[in-house]
Design a protein around this ligand. Structure first.
Ligand code: GP9
Ligand code: MN
Length: 401
């Protein structure tokens, strides 16, 4: 039955954070462009390999944007699809398996659906087969008007590498699709080139590989650099086409690219003795950049995650979220708790990190008394539990906004 939902509604009302009225409604009517950047981790931002910047374009973009430097991915086995689920629903994916496969038939109150109700055209551009991650079905449940999949692109041997169409070609071909859409639109682009095993043609290698015993880590840097280049080209083309000014760009890394399996090489890159469990959690940071042309840049410290994007975007558009069931909270709210829960139950606050049963002091990275983490346990447990209850019980069918 639907009685569980009442408890969740109550919890959510207590957690609700009022928007910052300076931002509220500030991007109303603008086109929203979301760039889901494959396997992009935050540790590459403003860093170099052999003296060359890994993400020169993103580094510059950050200087003209809202940049969230303590933003974490919250995905599990569902990888990209989990990040999509988190962003569009402000709910967690499953702790194992992929919610995109198991619960595409649920009732959702997702961001695209809500924006569609407000007159937005909603779409996804991604040059892969439409059934990958069951996207074709899930996108219908989430309220997307259109999915431009591999069939919307011209993919040849020359313009492909690794998983498929190269990012620069993908963006270039997408511009025409974007132009054909009714405005305003909410469109998500999902990149592909910076995907494990990080293959790249010689002509697209703008920086050296790293030099360690892990080929995966070594190759990661040039493919990130290539993705940065592709995004730069996209911004150039948007400007040339006169489509930049009236758009807002939200860029984030979907999940880690380098797993714990490569800790030795990562320790070498980071100049550390070893990667501890504390460090592993810090490596789950992914960049979040909100670029609103003409808005003052700001680096924002709040600890946060992908689950917080939906209320943030809605508030920027001037859409009230008070009656929504969302487990994240507006990143720009002055009332916000600086906090993120990861899918495995690890959590991060301003001064602590909790993972694998141990509480760490954030400044030192050293183990501390569990009482330091105690105040956050309940919140972490409830966020995950309620999210699971909603997904597994398909509870949103019992809730009318
Ligand atoms: C596939 C792309 C990559 O379409 O989204 O998937 P991933 O393996 O990162 O989940
Ligand atoms: Mn991915």
């Amino acid at each position: 039955d639907g009685s569980e939902i009442n408890e969740i509604v109550h919890y959510r009302r207590e957690q609700y954070k009022k928007p910052d009225m300076g931002f509220y409604g500030s991007i109303e009517g603008k086109n929203i462009i979301v760039l889901s950047l494959e396997s992009l981790q935050d540790f590459v931002i403003n860093e170099k390999v052999n003296g060359k910047e890994i993400t020169p374009f993103l580094n510059d973009l950050i200087d003209e944007s809202l940049y969230f430097e303590n933003f974490y991915h919250q995905t599990a086995q569902g990888k990209t699809s989990d990040s999509e689920f988190l962003v569009d629903n402000s709910l967690f994916g499953r702790d194992s398996g992929a919610v995109f496969f198991t619960h595409s038939g649920n009732e959702y109150q997702a961001l695209p659906e809500e924006l569609r109700e407000k007159g937005y055209y909603t779409s996804v551009m991604h040059a892969n087969n439409k059934s990958f991650w069951n996207r074709d079905l899930m996108y219908q449940s989430l309220g997307y008007d259109q999915f431009f999949d591999i069939n919307s692109y011209e993919v040849t041997e020359e313009n492909s590498i690794g998983w498929g169409l190269k990012d620069a070609d993908f963006f270039e071909q997408s511009i025409d699709l974007l132009k054909q859409q009714p405005q305003p639109y909410y469109t998500k682009f999902i990149t592909l080139t910076n995907h494990f095993p990080f293959e790249l043609g010689e002509e697209d290698r703008f920086i050296d590989e790293f030099n360690s015993s892990s080929g995966t880590v070594n190759r990661y840097f040039p493919t990130v650099r290539y993705m940065d280049y592709a995004v730069e080209q996209f911004f150039k083309q948007m400007k040339e086409e006169g489509m930049y000014e009236n758009s807002v760009f939200i860029l984030y890394g979907d999940h880690y690219g380098i797993s714990d399996y490569h800790n030795k090489a990562m320790a070498m890159y980071l100049g550390k003795e070893e990667i501890t469990n504390f460090d592993s959690i810090q490596l789950q940071k992914v960049p979040l950049i909100i670029h609103i042309p003409g808005t003052d840049p700001q680096t924002i410290e709040t600890v946060s995650g992908q689950i917080d994007l939906k209320p943030t975007i809605l508030h920027l558009l001037g859409i009230n979220t008070k009656e929504n069931i969302e487990l994240g909270s507006d990143l720009l709210s002055p009332e916000r708790d600086s906090f993120a829960v990861l899918r495995d139950g690890s959590f991060i606050s301003d001064d602590t990190v909790y993972t694998k049963g141990i509480c760490y002091d954030k400044d030192s990275g050293l183990e501390t008394e569990s009482s330091q983490c105690e105040p956050y346990f309940e919140r972490a447990t409830l966020d995950l539990r309620y999210s699971d209850q909603i997904v597994f019980g398909d509870l949103l069918r019992f809730y009318d906004r």
